[in-house]
Design a protein around this ligand. Structure first.
Ligand code: UD1
Length: 418
């Protein structure tokens, strides 16, 4: 298993090109199974979650042609067969195949997914959404089994909370329904709006994506399509922290400030300066880091996927920061690992109290999930001496060429193979 060796203390300076959004790409790969015509996805990140999702599409019989940053998926000949638990356990996003398979065949069986160990992450809202469109859904021996007698019907899907995945499941299923579907309390994440853009290119009729209320006209006439995915706002936010934590300056090309408003607000409050450039935006920090008070929320609030990275940053700010996690109850696996680097953090329920300002010192640490791992990389960039991060495959799930991108800006980072 690969490891990363980082010698901290280098001020990062330069340009980082932000890749396409992993969390936009995954539902779009699932969406390709709705249509008998090919879907070409461009601006695809080269990360292992995308490879795995394409691998599952192939198991259903899709023809996948993969180039570095694009793919064409032809689902003309797919069958709704059982895919083994072993294949899907690695990634929660595989539940997103449920809606498209049900829409296309009137039946689907998908194993309950695995994914990052960051909480219970149930799928009840996905199931309720499909039931609201006329499906019968049950869980049998760890498999979600869905079927419809006469096809999906139009209807009203009311989500108990604005789940990103359940909104996407409902949208994809609704494209095949007989009639109009309304999704109430829909997630407003940019990745939901990007799925709508992709489905629209494929022939769907969707209004309101990006707001709390989405309307979808069913019985889509599918057509061959091409879609260019949005940039990864979480990757951009991660490099913004890298600039701030090292007292450096990075231009993040392809990044969109408008998708990071809550994050930029916190960064500025912590002492960073941010300004737009022709190709994205620039993050810089010269003065001292200040403490933060952060609560994770559904979009447009502060994203849970940047909570761990900002905790690393808060460790370097003199004083006490509070970080509340409201989306995933158990998303604090980075805390004990950050403490190995000398951080002073106490957990009080879903709040982390970070007493920062004590210099971090390099150590051996363990990557546990995707975002937790990258928080260790960020802390290591600021720590004195050498940090070795084990189990780097977690990072490879969602960060394209992380070590190379950081090294290009002056980080002392090396991937040790094997
Ligand atoms: C997506 C992102 C993930 C991000 C999360 C929240 C992808 C591939 N992943 O995950 O990186 O952290 O949004 O922004 O896009 N829940 C239920 N029942 C359900 C579904 C969800 O209780 O049926 C709960 C979850 O356990 C969690 C909360 O709702 O506590 C939010 O989950 P959701 O928005 O669905 O996240 P994902 O789509 O899985």
């Amino acid at each position: 298993m690969d490891r990363l060796r980082i010698i901290g203390g280098q001020r990062l300076q330069g340009t980082v090109t932000v890749s396409g959004a992993k969390n936009a790409a995954l539902p779009q790969i699932a969406a390709a199974l709705l249509s008998p015509h090919p879907l070409e996805l461009t601006n695809l990140p080269v990360v292992s979650d995308v490879d795995n999702m394409l691998g599952v599409a192939q198991l259903y019989g899709a023809q996948v042609e993969r180039l570095a940053h694009s793919t064409t998926i032809d689902a003309g000949e797919i069958v709704p067969r059982d895919v083994s638990y072993d294949t899907v356990r690695r990634m929660r996003a595989t539940v997103l195949f449920l809606g498209p398979l049900l829409a296309r065949f009137g039946k689907a069986r998908v194993s309950l997914p695995g994914g990052c160990a960051i909480g219970a992450r149930p799928v009840d809202m996905h199931i309720k959404a499909l039931a609201a469109l006329g499906a019968e859904v049950a869980i049998e021996n760890g498999v979600i089994v869905a079927s419809t007698a006469g096809g999906l019907a139009g209807g009203r899907v009311v989500l108990g909370s604005p789940s990103v995945g359940a909104t996407q499941t409902a949208m994809m299923a609704a494209t095949a329904a007989a009639g109009e579907c309304e999704i109430v309390n829909a997630a407003r994440e940019p990745e939901v709006a990007d799925l709508a853009a992709c489905l629209t290119a494929m022939g769907a009729r969707i209004e309101g994506a990006g707001t709390h209320r989405i309307l979808i006209e069913g019985r889509t006439q599918w057509q061959p399509a091409r879609h260019h995915g949005i940039p990864d706002r979480i990757e951009a936010g991660t490099y913004a922290v890298a600039a701030a934590i090292t007292g450096g300056q990075l231009e993040l090309t392809n990044a969109r400030m408008e998708n990071l408003a809550a994050v930029i607000q916190v960064l500025e409050a912590m002492g960073a300066s941010i300004w737009p450039s022709n190709r994205g935006f620039v993050v810089s920090r010269e003065g001292p880091l200040r403490t933060a008070d952060i609560t994770t929320e559904p979009y447009p609030g502060f994203p849970t996927d940047l909570q761990a990275q900002f905790m690393a940053l808060a460790c370097c700010a003199d004083g006490t920061s509070l970080i509340r996690e409201t989306i995933f109850e158990n998303r604090f696996m980075h805390v004990p690992e950050l403490m190995r680097l000398g951080a002073n953090i106490t957990l009080q329920g879903t709040t982390a109290v970070v007493r920062g300002g004590v210099p971090l010192k390099g150590a051996q640490v363990m990557a546990t999930d995707l975002r937790a791992s990258v928080s260790l990389v960020l802390a290591a960039l600021a720590a004195e001496g050498e940090t070795v991060i084990n189990r780097v495959y977690h990072l490879d799930r969602g960060y394209e060429q992380l070590d190379r991108k950081l090294a290009q800006c002056g980080a002392d980072i090396e991937r040790m193979r094997g």
